[in-house]
Ligand binder design. Structure first.
Ligand SMILES: Cc1cc2nc3c(=O)[nH]c(=O)nc-3n(C[C@H](O)[C@H](O)[C@H](O)COP(=O)(O)O)c2cc1C
Length: 98
């Protein structure tokens, strides 16, 4: 199963203007995908977040509404293995304290 999460900039713009179209629409789609990943794990399944895809091809295949912008795909399935933890950037690299 592959779940497709799309931004809807036109809908967001009707309430929040340019910031809604440019930012909130993306936030809505990505937070939905992130929470879906948690729900997937809670059921014992696993997922891979895919951001590298041909946006136009996905729109055509799914006959998506022209206003929608697919931003992430989640491929969902039963995990064959438990992945090793990968290295993480140190907090000091990413956080600036004021
Ligand atoms: C924004 C974003 C885009 C990603 N795009 C892809 C992708 O196109 N193809 C893919 O195989 N995995 C993609 N991944 C999944 C990552 O490669 C990786 O499997 C996942 O984030 C787990 O990473 P970790 O090893 O750092 O925990 C993406 C992850 C993120 C957060």
């Amino acid at each position: 199963v592959v779940l497709v999460f799309s931004a809807d900039p036109v809908r967001s713009a009707t309430r929040f203007g340019e910031r809604g179209a440019n930012i909130y629409a993306l936030q809505d789609a990505t937070i939905a995908a992130a929470y879906a990943q948690l729900a997937v794990v809670a059921t014992g399944l696993a997922s891979t977040w895919v951001g590298d895809f041909d946006e136009q091809r996905v729109k055509e295949l799914l006959e998506l509404d022209a206003d929608l912008v697919p931003v992430s795909l989640l491929s969902v399935g039963y995990p064959a293995e438990t992945a090793e933890l990968s290295p993480r950037r140190h907090l000091d690299e990413m956080v600036s304290w004021r």
